[in-house]
Design a protein. Structure first.
Length: 65
């Protein structure tokens, strides 16, 4: 679901809270590093250049994936 959320809008930056909302569907904030762990796992499988971190803002999938 994390990869799907990023691929729906390639080039768009999604914050942690936006990704958590799309993954979990909860209205409350989650105090964990689950998003980072999932991003790390996806980068290992897809390559480190597919998902980009925009420091202090969030993550995005490049349009040229």
């Amino acid at each position: 679901s994390l990869l799907r959320a990023l691929l729906v809008r390639p080039g768009a930056i999604l914050s942690r809270s936006e990704l958590e909302d799309r993954i979990y569907g909860w209205g409350e904030e989650v105090e964990s590093n689950a998003v980072e762990v999932l991003i790390h796992s996806l980068r290992r499988k897809l390559g480190s250049t597919v998902i980009k971190n925009v420091r202090g803002v969030g993550w995005m999938v490049s349009r040229n994936y």
